[in-house]
Design a protein around this ligand. Structure first.
Ligand code: GLU
Length: 456
């Protein structure tokens, strides 16, 4: 399934809108999108909303919202699977007319009894044209249905073990495997890329497609995602949905890079890649078979790298919209100046505001920091620092560094015994951007005010 420039490629992302978009779903969407963008093909979005209770407009919106945030744009859709139900019913009628599907009033209990009698083989019913009977697809007795999977190779499912499965309920509602197969066929899907948990459904979909005389797409079932402890990925591993990643202050481009590497990698194990590079290099056949590990610490690291590389204006925009979501609004120029000194220090957007808030608000009150760094011996140093600050001219970071370093050396002090008290005095906390940058950004007047307040 080489995707390199083949504009016939048609892939789809087909989420069931049951709530937030989880990380596994986001990776599936990304892989499909990369295949489409890398080949000049088409990325179709199909909402599998046949479960009417869970498919609320809010749940659908959450999925679209997450895809938009990830900047995975679709070329067609969103189609609603539910709204296509007449097409599914037509297909069922066609299958019945062709004699490859039949009505069967058998209950679950009848099926069990049949199996008990037939040595647990796949159930084969007897057509009975009664009102309210479910519709089953006739499965061949012999041979096997082989799913040619790009990642796993051929996977065989013996037909004798497969029940004649239900494709429509007694009330005429089409069932999931029928709907997916019909939609994939009618939407001209060439490549189905989805999570491993769907592999057991695939032979049924292949049987429906063959019965319809439709082309069978190529399949790629992606390995499961686990947490660093080897357990199936869940909330306890940290952020589990795209929404949570956004709120935690990750950049979409870093998330795309990280998700791309969950199961896939380049020959030379490149780690940091722009989205253009991902599009260029992604190959579905290089996805591995073993489960991939989602480790939020690695994502944080990667995100920090992307943050450092951002042009300052973009960085400032990203921080502005992140803090705006928390109801914080500050002037653009001041924010940009603050971002300039924090850019190297934060790994997520959420980490930026705590680093720079001292430039916009009075120092925070952290009794632990005060106790530790504003002891009498520190206050002594701080008094000396105050005198230096009062005279430093120009009041910029290089000059401050020069004067304060000289002060530390002359007095034979440990730098930490001078800079931490100063930091606590101006920010209230023990973490901030570089101390000289921080003091310069705060300016002489405010710095001296805060030092005086601390000395009190
Ligand atoms: N609707 C399914 C899900 O959300 C995906 C089905 C498919 O990709 O074929 O898991």
């Amino acid at each position: 399934m080489s995707t390199a420039s083949n504009d016939n490629v048609r892939v789809r992302f087909a989420p069931s809108p049951t709530g937030a978009l989880h990380i596994g779903g986001a990776r599936t969407a990304l892989y499909n999108w990369l295949m489409a963008r890398g080949s000049g093909g088409t990325f179709v979005l199909r909402i599998e909303d046949t479960d009417r209770e869970r498919s609320t407009p809010e749940n659908v919106e959450q999925i679209l919202d997450a895809l938009r945030w990830l900047e995975l744009d679709w070329d067609e859709g969103p189609y609603s699977q539910f709204e296509r139900r007449e097409r599914h019913k037509e297909a069922i009628e066609r299958l019945i007319e062709a004699g490859v599907a039949y009505r069967d009033p058998a209950t679950a209990e009848d099926v069990r009894a049949w199996k008990a009698e037939h040595g647990n083989r796949g159930y084969r019913g007897t057509p009975k044209d009664v009102e309210g009977a479910a519709v089953r697809l006739r499965v061949p007795d012999d041979g096997e249905t082989v799913v040619e999977d790009v990642i796993r190779g051929p996977v065989s499912f013996p037909n004798a073990a497969q029940d004649d499965f239900v494709i429509a309920r007694g009330d005429g509602t089409p069932l999931y495997n029928l709907a997916v197969a019909v939609d994939d066929a009618e939407m001209g899907i060439t490549d189905v890329v989805r999570g491993d948990e769907h592999l057991s459904n695939t032979p049924k979909q292949v049987l429906v497609l063959r019965a319809l005389g439709a082309d069978v797409p190529r399949y790629a079932h992606l390995p499961l995602l686990h947490g660093p402890d080897g357990k199936k990925l869940s909330k306890r591993h940290g952020a589990a949905s795209v929404q949570e990643l956004r709120d935690a202050g990750y950049l979409p481009e870093a998330v795309r890079n990280y998700l791309a590497l969950l199961g896939w990698g380049t020959e030379d194990d490149t780690t940091l890649m722009s989205t253009e590079e991902l599009i260029e290099r992604f190959r579905i056949e290089r996805v591995g078979r073993s489960s991939a590990i989602f480790d939020e610490r690695k994502l944080r690291w990667m995100n920090g790298r992307f943050m450092r590389e951002l042009p300052l204006d973009e960085y400032t925009d990203a921080v502005a919209s992140h803090i705006a979501a928390e109801g914080i609004e500050v002037g653009r120029d001041a924010l940009k100046a603050a971002c300039a000194i924090a850019q190297d220090k934060a790994q997520t957007l959420a980490e930026v505001w705590p680093l720079i808030r001292f430039l916009f608000e009075p120092p925070v009150d952290d009794p632990k920091a005060r106790e530790k760094f504003l002891k009498p011996e520190h206050l002594e140093n701080l008094r000396g620092v105050r005198a230096v600050l009062a005279e430093t001219e120009p009041f910029d970071a290089p000059t401050l560094e020069e004067r304060l370093t000289a002060f530390v050396e002359e007095r034979g002090l440990k730098p930490k015994a001078v800079y931490q008290p100063l930091r606590v005095a101006i920010t209230g906390t023990t973490v901030s951007p570089g101390i000289f940058d921080s003091v310069a950004a705060l300016g002489r007047e405010r710095t001296l005010e805060r030092v005086d307040a601390a000395l009190d």
